[in-house]
Ligand binder design. Sequence first.
Ligand SMILES: Cc1ncc(COP(=O)(O)O)c(C=O)c1O
Length: 369
Amino acid sequence: MRRTYAEIYLDRLKHNAKLLRGIHGDHPFFCPMVKANAYGHGDIAVVKTLTSIGVNAFGVVLVEEGIRLRKAGIKEKILVFGTFDRESLDEAVEFDLTPVISDRYQVNLAGQVKRKINIHLKFNTGMNRLGFDVEDAKNIFDILQNRKNLNVEGICTHFLNGEDSGADKSITEYQMEKFQSVRNVFQTATVHYLNSSALLLNLHKKHSAGARPGISIYGIKPALHTDVKIDLRPVMQLKSSIGQLHEVFKNSSVSYSATWKASKDSLIATIPIGYADGYPRHFSNQAEMLFRGHRVKVVGIVCMDYTMVDLTPFRNEKKIEIGEEIVVFGQNNHGAYHSWELARDTKTHPYELVTRISERVPRVVIGQT
Ligand SMILES: Cc1ncc(COP(=O)(O)O)c(C=O)c1O
């Protein structure tokens, strides 16, 4: 197996899911988001593991993602949060996926389906990405009264405080208030809107609702929630090892375009991970990795398949071996450099980091589903 790999810890996944369920309380709708290959963690293993602890539904964005799960034998409800055309909607129905309908065009498509289907409706409360206008709720309700094949099982919205924002509760509270009028119209439908940020801030205590946590299930807190005390455990760790070692003289450059020059004679290690693996090129001269429990600097441009790190501080220590472990992010017995720390150092966020790890990086699943 390739010596660059992502470890996926299923016991941590279960731990996080149980913890978040506990915060969520007794509300019956708990729907982990497993879109984008379960945020890069491997959707089938993740879904099977979460099924074993009992969840009500899973959220994907693409019909293809839902079909993949069905073909792997997943029987739970799968909500599809994407946009639909005729073909994708028909496929969703064929594979018993539940479409989350977010405009009138899609209502018409769904209305033409020749059998009775459950749908969820998404309303726009401020994200301005997908969804019916809140003010349109009554009209949509009336239209759906005449579409006897469509059963509105759920209604939802999405909060704009999520990824790397969220400390300001007031925007989310405003969105929840705004959604209240939709709840009043669709009184029997299940309501869901709690993302990780809202759940961690306990915003459901005021208006109870279903949860759709994503990043927190994978053990990562959205940024700015560092003060929220919760024992989430990172499910993914990305590891590699030393592929080659080079002694370079003072003033020598490393990697393409000579963007880094050695200020003294240096020991450079080549790590077999590059932007084709999802280790972005903009990490060049910015990111760090973990070697023997210490941060080491990425030097020069990140290549398609390789990245170089400066091991000069270790040259007089125990002999450095080819194949010695490098933690790209995660932890081992010697120390930790978490995905959110790497993300902060490189001015991105952990969502992007974990979802971008490409297919050519094997996922090594640890634990039982
Ligand atoms: C529709 C929808 N619901 C829920 C989530 C989960 O958000 P988070 O990962 O911040 O918990 C996402 C993520 O982007 C989403 O797009």
